[in-house]
Design a protein around this ligand. Structure first.
Ligand code: 5AD
Length: 357
């Protein structure tokens, strides 16, 4: 036991020093982990996070502007073949959500949706330009799935700054087992590459404990993140969603999700890593546990309440009834209680590996 711990702690130190490990060693960090190693990883991760961000936590106002999706991902509660109430926000409703987010001090707006092709390149550009015009100082993040490069480019030119597109699994076979035939890891990776080349700050990520996921798969995900080096990484537990092929599968664990957050922080201390809604939905302590493990971003929901409950990615998703002001206050209270501070600002990625602030 002791030996295991000290060997793994040496691997953690090597990861901190070199910011790279062979995939076998990532796998060992997963399979041989124990409570001591998990605790040491969280302490190292939080220490590194404090060094670059002090106790600041960045916020992003999340606007779920359409739950319509052409895809049929096996895990997702918004999958095309699931019969749920569908909605799309109008430009006006989106702008009102941005105003609410701004009023709450959120200086990044995240526009998230299913793959809803009603929002053509031109419609997206119109939305982005309208937001840009009214909020020149806010950062704008898109999370709208796979599009062609010209669309990504047009959105960037219109003023979008960041893009979230989880890779879901870096192993092609595992990826294929989570998605229907039309979706392939190759096209997901092409999208991520395009986004990076265009100049977006890019977010990748994956679910922890998705059906069929092995320690080897997580190791491959960590290797992919290491080499692709996205500015943002979103990880959270898989949580089953009723009425999907994975409805009866088991949820991912809080411990492993938070441990993966720590490894990602140690791998690159400057990244933006959210304490995800999934981790908070799994366990009331989830959000704070993720922050204490090295996360530094929270994404409060500012979607209009009349449709919020229709964006049910998985069972038990939280924040579907909380009024946005009250929620902001509860976030503030949680952060204050644990010695964190809500930072007011865009919260951009800063490439400054050696800066110790
Ligand atoms: N459990 C956890 N996360 C999920 N997502 C989709 N469905 C689930 C689920 N059942 C995640 C995916 C997607 C993001 C928007 O939400 O990783 O990229």
């Amino acid at each position: 036991m002791e030996d295991y711990s000290s060997n793994l702690i040496r691997l953690l130190e090597q990861l901190e020093r070199e910011q790279t490990l062979p995939v076998e060693n990532y796998e060992r960090l997963i399979t041989e982990r124990n409570d001591t190693v998990i605790r040491v990883a969280a302490e190292m991760a939080r220490h590194l996070c404090d060094r670059f961000f002090s106790r600041n936590v960045y916020t992003r106002g999340l606007i779920e502007f359409s739950n319509i999706c052409q895809n049929d991902c096996f895990y997702c509660g918004l999958r095309h073949s699931k019969s749920i109430r569908r909605y799309r926000l109008t430009l006006d409703e989106i702008l009102r959500s941005c105003r609410l987010a701004w009023e709450l001090d959120y200086r990044t707006f995240v526009l998230q949706s299913g793959e809803d092709m009603y929002f053509t390149r031109d419609r997206l550009v119109e939305i982005i330009q309208s937001i840009r015009e009214e909020f020149p100082e806010a950062a704008l993040t898109l999370s709208i799935g796979e599009r062609d490069r010209a669309c990504y480019q047009a959105c960037f030119d219109a003023g979008a700054d960041r893009f979230l597109l989880r890779h879901e699994s870096a192993d092609a076979e595992h990826y294929a087992s989570l998605h229907p035939a039309g979706l392939a890891l190759e096209s997901r990776m092409q999208c991520l590459q395009d986004l990076k080349e265009i100049g977006y700050q890019v977010g990748a990520g994956f679910m922890v404990g998705s059906p069929g996921q092995t320690a080897r798969h997580i190791a491959q995900d960590l290797k992919f993140i290491e080499t692709f080096d996205p500015e943002m990484v979103g990880v959270g537990p898989f949580i089953p969603s009723e009425g999907t092929p994975f409805a009866e599968e088991k949820a991912g664990s809080l411990e492993l999700s938070c441990y993966v957050v720590s490894l990602l922080r140690i791998q690159n201390p400057q990244r933006l890593i959210p304490a995800t809604t999934a981790v908070a939905s799994l366990n009331p302590e989830g959000r704070i546990r993720a922050l204490d493990s090295g996360a530094n971003v929270i994404m409060p929901n500012v979607t209009p309440l009349n449709v919020r409950g229709d964006y049910m990615l998985y069972n038990g998703k939280i924040c579907i009834t909380e009024e946005a002001h009250a929620y902001r206050d509860s976030v503030d209270a949680l952060l204050a209680k644990h010695g964190y501070e809500r930072h007011v600002g865009r919260g951009d990625y800063k490439e400054d590996r050696h800066a110790l602030r």
